[in-house]
Write a protein that binds this ligand. Sequence first.
Ligand code: CP
Length: 309
Amino acid sequence: MHWAHSHLLTISDLTADDIHTVFELADRFAEMADRPVKKAPTLKGKSVLLFFAEPSTRTKTSFDMAAKRLSADTFSLAQTGSSLQKGENLKDTALTLQAMYPDVLVIRHSLSGAAHYLSQILTCKIINAGDGWHAHPTQALLDGFTLHQIWSGFAGKTLLLLGDIAHSRVARSDVELFHKLGVHIRVCAPRTLLPRGIDNWPVQVFTDPVPACAGVDAIQCLRLQLERQAAGLLPSVREYAQFYGLRSSHLDLAQPGVKVLHPGPVNRGIEIQSSLADAANSLILSQVSAGVAVRMALLYLFLTQSQKE
Ligand code: CP
């Protein structure tokens, strides 16, 4: 199995073949979830450091579980309770962590480019678990894997990303990943929540969810960061929910069997009608399960196959 990467910073680091390699391995690791003993000795003796300087439920827990299922040791550092609160800077914190010899550092940080910066100054492997608005590559991989488990292929499929595109690292990474897989991508948001330069993205742009939903195979709703209203980007959250919140009438316009995704955490009743989050065609919890399998695959690749670039 070929894995020529030392770090995972963005999806642009990966080829389509790399992405399929992750999916094939994740298929095998996903089967472990049904076993009475969900543990293999594959990464015994390896250490995974989870450095989350921003809140996380799904990403942090699933990396932790993925590492433990493969018998790696995990260590966690959060902003709260660490010396970051005493004013220690990112570089000194990172060098301090490296001095404890982790094999891989998984980092989430509010600063776009934080993972890339650490990859320049540390010698251990770095996996980006979300940096600012820039990238969330493991989320995109798990989104792709979730649909890979359901669809027989990606060719001819259309995916809609609905919501706050401008401030979403998930949107940026999903666009890169699904474009590499040959999926036709649409994005839909109010003009104020579309990023500058969107015309250069490989996507079809909509500001009205009604035509945007017509004929799509899957819809990924994106979390509305509620502080956007305070920033004057929305007239009101209620109005946003009424116009851009996914509702059943939107799904009636899509392909029969359309799949609904959301990376979480979900603001029920804002970006998605609450009942749709729990409906049979919702893949939201499948995405969480996929996250464990995909992160097992990544840890396996980085800790057993990866060489220095
Ligand atoms: N999707 C995602 O990154 O969720 P968490 O913030 O809970 O990790």
